[in-house]
Design a binder for this molecule. Structure first.
Ligand code: NAD
Length: 286
């Protein structure tokens, strides 16, 4: 039986770009919110106005969650904007992203409020848990021990936080971007307190055949991971708006996840509900 709480959390999305992927994401969010009883308000503005509009929404008690569709400026200014969003309303978890880099799971000393994990990395983690890539017999922090994962994308909103989150669970992660390949891991026998990063001289052709999981997010239609280089039974996950795997991927992959968008929106709503409940408990404390 489905339990309803009779609440109407409100999410505000700021769209200050013409990116087709952002527009599609906003449309899908609007549809899902309508179906699930969440108020979603899409506010379109130009990028110069965005900072002030975010501050206004931060101060508006009727708004429970805020998200911004990136890229806005496509440079360091975007990281500044991520920090303008109030920590109490940031459904994307981008203003607390350094916590995931330092493996800090809680916001408070009482260890009640865990931090908000960015929606797309969280969606990919949920998929990996569901298909049992995470070994649930092992302790938290070790559940990916022995698992080699390649992520082809190192953006600040998806690839980098995802790489760190997977490394902090014991996985050996190869983080690939246009410039280099980094190896991110916890050391042999998971000795390190937090992850370690080093540039590797290994080539993509060398890491793909040893990867148990390959996750792709290259935003170009022509980019394809050669199926021939992948190991038999690989888990292939694509989050790019374009298909980064070749058409014959199912011949090699034991599991192929072609898109992650719907799960991301579910995680967006999950994060919104967490923030709603926190705001409610803060009000009750007053
Ligand atoms: P971005 O442009 O910020 O980052 C792209 C990354 O890919 C960079 O790290 C870049 O170095 C790397 N890259 C580009 N070409 C490469 C190549 N030839 N080889 C290796 N690495 C290469 O983009 P983003 O915001 O991370 O988004 C990436 C894609 O994922 C887009 O298609 C976007 O629409 C999609 N996306 C989907 C979701 C979702 O479904 N939930 C969420 C966010 C982004």
């Amino acid at each position: 039986m489905i339990k309803t709480r009779g609440i109407k959390p409100k999410l505000v999305g700021f769209l200050a770009n013409e990116d087709p992927a952002s527009i599609k994401y906003a449309e899908c969010t609007s549809k899902t919110c309508e179906e699930t009883g969440v108020i979603f308000e899409l506010r379109k503005c130009n990028r110069e106005e965005l900072k002030d509009q975010i501050i206004e929404a931060n101060e508006d008690d009727s708004v429970h969650g805020i998200m911004v569709y990136y890229p806005v400026f496509g440079d360091l200014q975007d990281q500044y904007l991520q920090n303008v969003v109030s920590v109490t309303k940031d459904v994307e978890g981008l203003c607390q992203i350094c916590n995931s880099y330092q493996n800090i799971p809680y916001l408070d000393e009482e260890q009640i409020k865990n931090y908000i994990i960015p929606c797309t990395p969280l969606a990919i983690i949920k998929v990996m848990e569901y298909i049992r890539v995470y070994n649930s017999v092992l302790l938290y922090g070790n559940r990916l021990h022995g698992c080699v994962i390649t992520i082809i994308n190192r953006s600040e909103i998806v690839g980098r936080p995802l790489a760190v989150l997977l490394a902090n669970e014991g996985g050996k992660v190869y983080s690939v971007d246009i410039n280099n390949i980094q190896e991110i891991h916890h050391g042999t026998e998971l000795k390190l307190k937090t992850y370690e990063v080093r540039i590797t001289n290994l080539k993509l052709e060398e890491i793909l055949p040893i990867s148990d999981v390959v996750i792709t997010g290259v935003p170009t239609p022509s980019y394809k991971v050669p199926t021939a280089l992948l190991r038999e039974g690989v888990i292939a996950i694509n989050f790019s708006a374009f298909k980064n795997f070749e058409d014959n991927i199912k011949e090699k992959a034991s599991i192929y996840v072609p898109t992650i968008g719907k799960i991301t929106i579910t995680m967006l709503e999950r994060n919104l509900l967490k923030l709603y409940d926190r705001q409610l408990s803060l009000k009750n404390e007053e």
